[in-house]
Ligand binder design. Sequence first.
Ligand code: DGJ
Length: 727
Amino acid sequence: MKKIMSSLMALLLACQLAHAQETIIVSTKNLALALEKDADNNLVVAYFGQKLAMADEYRKVRPLDKYKPGNDDLFNRREAYVTGGSVNLLEPALAVTQSNGDKSLVLHYVSSKVNRIDANQTLTEILLTDPQYQFEVKLFYHTYENQDVIEQWSEILHHQKKAVVLNKYASACLTLSGNKFFLKNQRNGWGQEMSPEEQELLHGIRTIDSKLGTRTNLLHSSSFMVSMDGPATEDEGTVLAGSLEWNGNFRLDFETFDEYYLRITAGVNNYASAYTLQPNETFTTPKFVYTVSTTGRGQASRNLQRWARDYRLCNGTKDRLTILNNWETTYFDFDDQKLSHLLDDTKTLGADVFLLDDGWFGNKYPRNGATSGLGDWQVNKAKLKNGISSLGKEATEKGVKLGLWIEPEMVNPKSELYEQHPDWVLKEPGRKEYYMRNQLVLDLSNPAVQQFVYNTVENLFKEVPQLAFIKWDCNSLIYNAYSPYLKNQDHFYLEYVRGLNSVLAKVRKQHPDVPMMLCAGGGTRVDYKSLEYFTEFWASDNTNAYDRIFIQWEYSYYFPSIAVDNHVTEMGKQPIKFRTDVAMMGKLGFDLKVHELTPDDLTFCQQAVKVYDTIKHLVWHGEQYRLQDPYNNKVAAIAYVSPDKLEAVIFNYYVSTKFETPINLPIKMKGLDPSKKYSVREINLYPGTKSPVNSEPTYSGDFLMKVGFNPEATARRTSVILKVTAI
Ligand code: DGJ
């Protein structure tokens, strides 16, 4: 009997393997996604996880999986791209209404091809079609071998006589198997960006989404981490880090099903956005980028950060400018004279660029506060009597660059723009207007408005040929979501983003090297679609250095420090050294009354800019290691190591707010070469202070990583920067 059973099992296995003639393996250095055609021609996920050593063994996985073709567990098969209707009763990635009203879509595997882009990248394209309807989907998988990163998206097309409606059109769905799943996501709010939350995903769906239109991350980040089996730590556990490359409404569904599965479906939010797809029109979803690490969150972050710098972030491998900004020191209250002093201050500090913030424009309705002038992008003649071009010239004469703030997607009702073009404003017919920060959003789905926004930027470059930096702000989400231009309001949210991105792409094409800061009343629009056009982002209006340690810590899970703008300001009561050291852990800038600094503070800041020049290549282009978190330790520490492991910089911040003994354990380094010898030296000291850190002894990388090093950060020495150099 036993013998018969085992031969039957062997036969069954053979049959199943025979069905799985086609195995498509999408893989990177350590990660693999194996896709197969099942007996019904569906494309299913056979395997997703750590790459197997033997490529021919992927086809052995599915027969061992709990759900086998042939039994009646149809409702939870593991389709590569789950469609709505027919046998799919879980959350779909793609749900449509066919031209005849049928709500079902079935996709069968047709063909696939792999295109090798270069030694590090491949693009796999898989064609699926509906056997019943003229409907096709192409799935794309773009791999980045060394970064262990995959980008996924789809193209949707049909050849039916009448339009098809796309009710949901996610970029990707991924099915993970494991015993338990834990989701880490970041909640946002003004001044509270990136507040972390972690929870076990129990049965049902957890959806994280945004319907806010513009400041789409005001409530939640669209990046996340999922750990398998238990919550991952920095260096342990299997964790997937993902981010939707979209600067509009998003939706991330996490659906656990049966005992062992989690399906992540990521894409544009379908809220009020059913898309009418005309015959032969191709709909392309945004990209969903992800990586998987089996050695904790640290590696997952480094994968995403490296990928971002090398492939996605605008000018990610290039340099950046150090800024003096005037927002927190002047707000709207400035004139030629003050600006002239600010240019001097920029030079005095040693910063590269003076960034003139909000308030330089508007005449009939001067922008002297947040209530008027937005939309009227002509220089305010009362404040800048000599005009904006003369400010550009003066900057050049003084040996600094000039940057300008704009918020071109928006309009104050108290503006000439609003008076002249009431039809350019998003507004629900007959209803009261609702404002956020006294402003309304322009209808970027309208090509005339797109042209206006583009011209706004172009005119500035014409007027100020020296213009060397742009801060692009966005302070309102979309209330009153109705486009006077569009015929089909269901397309509004999509068309807004398409309009915005086409303007940004044009600006970028015209000015490929100009650094642009992405801002949304702080960091409430931070995503990898925007960062295709922007070189950096304003992380938060909360510039309290203590809070910033946490905010910057959380951003670093997904975004590289070269993209994170940090300014030293007066906010918070920490010493200037602490504030500066925190800002140096990213893209350093200042927003200080430089001429009011004490001589020592000024000397310190000037030195800090010079010190920053010696370490910024590590912060911008090195590998980041979070050494000790600020939540559970007296001292938080983050290191950046050069790719050749010859240098590193470690930022240490004393974060305890309680009375504590000054005893601290050494902090263990990461990412060094164990066989190399290193010296450790404290840098960026405040004038007149001496470092207790003895820089005489040398240590092996092995020692620094196993035993560690004590920065001697205490309540009296609240921040310590250490430079580690191979001998
Ligand atoms: C919000 C931004 O986050 C600030 O940095 C500043 O630019 C203001 N807007 C200006 O109105």
